[in-house]
Design a protein around this ligand. Structure first.
Ligand SMILES: Cc1cc2nc3c(=O)[nH]c(=O)nc-3n(C[C@H](O)[C@H](O)[C@H](O)COP(=O)(O)OP(=O)(O)OC[C@H]3O[C@@H](n4cnc5c(N)ncnc54)[C@H](O)[C@@H]3O)c2cc1C
Length: 380
């Protein structure tokens, strides 16, 4: 049978491995805002099925239970400060390059959330920060395979679906280290662009973007906030409410305690460590392999014991995928009809939207202070 899409309709995660593996350049990604589809051009397709087999949605790699679990932070204060959470990712990445390895992870550049390779500690700085949007790993699979063939050590840091796709693409390799993030779900970058249009700008015009400072979640472009600190901006609200993700995220196979990588990183929600440390960010690490555990221990991290039952209870993504909210269909219907982002949000959450407007007004006239906007974790 000739395939029309690489995986089931609307179940594409946008990992792009099928594009990298196709010998005929026959695959393209259709982004309808609400879902991605990897569409096959029947005229070019030779029916080799390489795309079908590399797809992590069709063939998730083997899952393993964590062997070790720890919470903590990067001992170097600067690394922790610049990171979204406790800085585990940057500290591990820096150690890995010091040992002669190469890192592949996500940066924001020229309006795109793309992947680059870093070989020095200076280059690692570009990776800092969680980008709450779908990133695009097109091209990295081939390149990583080449690097592994040259006996280079490679560490990939990305979303679970991307790490799974890489595992499928290159197979089990001793010199490949995989780190995935605990993931709540991710929207198409077009959603971010529609939000920015409400503010008279677009992704391509922005030089820097920040989605969060520690426990305060809100979007900021270079020297520009999109709301007052006491409320969430509309993009962050839709992200935290879980209405903006692409369709596949609600049945994500990787939102569970068993993982497909060497190390899984997330926030240590529910940590019993002092409040002061929580404000500075505390990471959670789950290690599924001995080589991951070794790397974690070499990375200049303060590591503390953590109760895995409690961490799992406080981080729903370790138990099940995000639950699709009932407002999601109306949100996308309004956006596809050409309504503005704020109108689509108002139609989904009218009471909350009006309450936020009131709070913003009270903030402007000095009647409430900067203490209510962030501080919340992922909600579903
Ligand atoms: C879409 C998304 C959803 C998340 N949901 C949860 C959740 O529900 N629960 C939870 O505990 N943690 C979640 N996280 C992870 C969390 O935001 C932190 O990234 C994590 O705690 C590690 O923090 P850190 O301080 O070590 O590193 P960070 O400073 O956060 O850096 C993390 C590393 O991940 C890479 N990265 C960042 N964004 C992306 C992206 N979009 N695609 C690929 N790579 C990326 C960076 O390049 C960097 O190498 C999510 C992250 C993302 C991107």
């Amino acid at each position: 049978m000739i395939l029309k899409t690489v995986c089931k309709s609307s179940m594409c995660a946008g990992c792009m491995a099928c594009i990298d593996i196709c010998p005929r350049g026959a695959i393209s990604i259709e982004d309808s805002l609400k879902a991605y589809n990897a569409v096959i051009d029947a005229d070019r397709c030779i029916n080799c099925k390489a795309c079908y087999h590399v797809c992590q949605e069709n063939n998730p790699p083997p899952f393993s239970k964590p062997l070790y679990w720890k919470e903590g932070w990067a001992e170097k204060e600067e690394i922790r400060r610049k990171s979204s959470s406790g800085g585990f990712a940057a500290a591990i990445e820096k150690t890995f390059v010091r040992q002669g390895g190469i890192i592949c992870s996500c940066i924001f550049i020229n309006g795109n959330f793309e992947f680059i390779f870093a070989e020095t500690e200076g280059e690692i700085e570009k990776f800092a920060g969680s980008k709450y949007v779908k990133s695009n790993p097109a091209g990295i699979y081939k390149k990583i395979k080449e690097l592994l063939c040259e006996n280079k050590k490679v560490l990939f840091v990305g979303l679970p679906c991307q790490a799974a796709a890489l595992r499928n693409y290159v197979g089990e390799q001793k010199d490949l280290y995989l780190i995935d993030l605990i993931c709540h779900g991710s929207p198409s970058p077009k959603i971010l662009d529609l939000f920015l249009q409400d503010h008279g700008t677009s992704i391509s015009k922005i030089a820097e973007i920040r989605f969060r400072v520690k426990n305060h979640f809100n979007l900021e472009a270079k020297q520009r906030a999109f709301t007052v600190p006491v409320i969430y901006d509309n993009y962050t609200m839709t992200f935290l409410e879980g209405i903006s993700y692409t369709e596949n995220c609600y049945s994500c196979k990787f939102a569970r305690l068993e993982r497909i990588t060497d190390i899984t990183l997330g926030d240590s929600w529910g940590s019993m460590l002092p409040e002061e440390e929580q404000r500075k960010g505390i990471s959670l690490a789950l290690c599924q392999t001995e080589k991951g555990w070794e790397l974690l221990n070499e990375s200049g991290l303060y590591l503390s014991n953590v109760d895995l039952m409690r961490s799992t209870a406080c981080n729903s993504q370790l138990r099940h995928p995000s639950v699709k909210p009932r407002q999601r269909d109306s949100f996308f219907e309004n956006l596809t009809k050409g309504k503005s982002f704020k109108t689509a949000v108002f139609k989904c959450f009218p009471k909350r939207y009006l309450k936020n407007m009131l709070k913003a007004f009270l903030y402007h006239i000095g009647m409430i202070r900067d203490d209510a906007g962030g501080g919340a974790k992922y909600t579903r």
